[in-house]
Design a binder for this molecule. Structure first.
Ligand code: AHG
Ligand code: MN
Ligand code: MN
Length: 341
């Protein structure tokens, strides 16, 4: 006689793994079956869907029209908009239309927040995002990412100015990124550790691959665009000269923040995008690049600073506000600080 409710141990383990999907994990993180928990689970599921849609589009680059190349437009940052930037921006908007979840989206590619008025009576979240991070990697088939940050919407925002977004990164209730690499990964935190999922394309689901990631206290990687060396202040140059003199350090810089920080999250080290002559605040934008990644790094036990202030304490004065960024293993960040102060 066989017991049809049982499998052998190996099959049970595989099944258990396959059923820890992203949406399921979010519910277990929130710890209740409240309406809010279901909203967050659905919200994360929609971000995951946006990620899967973008990954599918990327996998056909070079085979179909309008995946590679530029649109001919320039965005609010003064950067050439790539076809993928525009497509991915639109994917996120589409993922939340008629979702009832998100009232407002703000992105690197849009000068002002985008409202979905029909969602606003019930969906009190704002999603901030960088639809494609590392755009210069698109046309050469290298790793890129998407970054997101979730905030509770405060007040009625009748002016449409989104002034409630001009608060520190401590106001984030969740953050994460999707990495389009050799596999597609989804990494997120809701303030209870950092968790990574890998897309299993055969079932179209993000499956838990690592829970409670802890960034090593120190690491040998430094990740910075040294082509800007002569644009930095002297203390930053002195730090990099010091790194050059230490045996065992190794440089890794891909041109996509998500990919570089993913490496550091798992293996330790430090990523830097310092201020430069004429661009004292550097390049990276606080609300949808530095702050969500700082949130993840702190949750994993690491740190993120501008060199003067913790990234999560910085209060922006506009939506597309930029800050210098030094992020990674706590010991490595401390060494950078010892040069700056
Ligand atoms: P984006 O593609 O969203 O504009 O971001 C690119 C960012 C970041 O991902 C990367 O670390 C950095 O810009 C690269 O800039 P440099 O080419 O100046 O090094
Ligand atoms: Mn970016
Ligand atoms: Mn971008």
């Amino acid at each position: 006689m066989t017991d049809s409710t049982r499998l052998n141990l190996a099959d049970e383990i595989v099944l258990g793994r396959d059923f820890m999907t992203l949406s399921q994990h979010v519910l277990s993180q929130v710890g209740t079956f409240s309406p809010e928990a279901y909203d967050l689970s659905a919200l994360m599921g929609r971000i995951g869907l946006a990620g899967k849609t973008i990954a599918r589009h990327l996998s056909r680059a070079g085979l179909v029209e309008n995946v590679l190349g530029v649109t001919g437009e320039v965005n609010v940052q003064g950067e050439a908009v790539k076809n993928m930037d525009r497509y991915a921006n639109r994917v996120f908007l589409r993922a939340f239309e008629q979702s009832g979840l998100v009232c407002r989206l703000a992105s690197e590619e849009m000068e002002k927040p985008y409202y979905i008025p029909e969602n606003c009576p019930i969906g009190r979240y704002t999603l901030l995002y960088d639809p494609i991070d590392g755009s210069s990697n698109i046309d050469v088939n290298l790793a890129i990412g998407s970054i997101f940050s979730i905030r509770q919407q405060e007040g009625n925002d009748e002016s449409g100015e989104a002034l409630d977004l001009l608060q520190s990164g401590r106001k984030q209730i969740g953050a994460g990124y999707i990495l389009y690499g050799t596999s597609t990964m989804f990494v997120y935190s809701l303030g209870k550790g950092v968790h990574a999922f890998t897309l299993d394309p055969s079932i179209g689901e993000f499956i838990l691959s690592q829970e409670n990631i802890c960034v090593p206290e120190r690491g040998s990687v430094y990740s910075v665009n040294e082509g800007n060396f002569w644009q930095w202040d002297e203390p930053m140059r002195e730090y990099v000269r010091y790194i050059h003199r230490q045996a065992g350090n190794t440089a890794r810089y891909s041109g996509a923040l998500v990919a570089d920080i993913h490496r550091i999250l798992f293996q330790g080290g430090v990523f830097l995008y310092p201020g430069m002559v004429g661009h004292e605040d550097g390049k990276l934008r606080l609300l949808y690049e530095s702050a969500p990644l700082a949130y993840l790094m702190e949750q994993a036990g690491g740190r993120a600073t501008t060199g003067k202030q913790e990234i999560l304490d910085v209060v922006p004065d506009r939506l597309h506000y930029r800050t210098p960024l030094i992020i990674g293993s706590s010991e490595n960040v401390k060494v950078v600080e010892s040069f700056l102060n």
